[in-house]
Ligand binder design. Structure first.
Ligand code: ATP
Length: 238
């Protein structure tokens, strides 16, 4: 089977600083793949490059059979790759429903859009209860739900989540992780970037450990969870 996403020898620089130094990985349809690693490893840079916000200096990105490296971000969204960014980037003064609808800005099927808004409310009931309120009144965890809901509104073939648990209470983090598991069970293909390696690897089919711009270790989520070097570096064990 051809992978849904194939990244080969990808390099990305900010001026003279090379943040991603030749990484390769692929994602099969229906898989959850996670990138873990410390701050500055290049995970966010990788996601921003996949979604067209940064241009790679070398390498190729093939998504759903098409080369997408160097294409503009709106083209990439329309091909089915959605990004829920780090820090959430919701629009605080717009209502929750307006924020969700922004995720559907390339769609024309009004009935389908309405049923997907309803699906977001089924997934995250709090969003439905507060649909007419300004999004800035939501808690951090609820804003994360909104960012995920908004990304899903483009009906993505691949959903990229950048640090969905960042800054959340343990309970809210569990809720977000449970939702990712629910999306996975429904067949959504997900690329998950997380600082919380334990939670991410527990969910993931495949994981890649990044350090200073390189993938230094790859394996199934289960293999990495029991790997001694991963346990020491990322799971807080001696
Ligand atoms: P974090 O979890 O902190 O976001 P990360 O693994 O996602 O870490 P990146 O944010 O991709 O890492 O950063 C990779 C490297 O690129 C870091 O050394 C960072 O300082 C650098 N970097 C990131 N954004 C910029 C920028 N806009 N200009 C210059 N350097 C940058």
């Amino acid at each position: 089977m051809t992978p849904l996403l194939e990244v080969k020898d990808l390099r990305v620089s900010y001026g003279k600083i090379e943040a991603v130094k030749g990484i390769s990985f692929s994602i099969e349809q229906g898989e959850v793949v996670t990138l873990i690693g410390t701050n500055g490893a290049g995970k966010t840079t990788t996601l921003r490059t996949l979604s067209g916000l940064l241009r790679p200096t070398a390498g190729t990105i093939t998504f759903d059979g098409k080369r997408i490296d160097g294409r503009p971000a709106h083209d990439i969204v329309s091909l089915g790759l959605a990004h829920s960014p780090e820090g959430r980037r919701i629009f605080a003064r717009m209502t929750i429903e307006e924020n969700l609808l922004l995720g559907a800005f390339l769609r024309k099927d009004a009935a389908g859009i309405q049923s997907d808004v309803q699906r977001a409310y089924d997934l995250f009931p709090i969003l439905g209860e507060r649909r007419k309120q300004a999004a800035g009144t939501l808690s951090g965890g609820e804003q994360q739900m909104l960012a995920m809901g908004r990304a899903l509104m483009s009906q993505p073939k691949l959903l990229m989540l950048d640090e969905p648990s960042m800054g959340l209470s343990p309970i809210m983090m569990q809720k977000i992780m449970a939702t990712i598991a629910e999306l996975k069970a429904a067949g959504t293909t997900i690329l998950l970037v997380e600082q919380n390696a334990q939670a991410a690897l527990s969910l993931a089919d495949q994981g890649h450990v990044m350090e200073v711009g390189r993938v230094v270790l790859s394996g199934t989520g289960q293999d990495l969870l029991v790997d001694e070097s991963v346990r020491k570096a990322y799971l807080g064990e001696d």
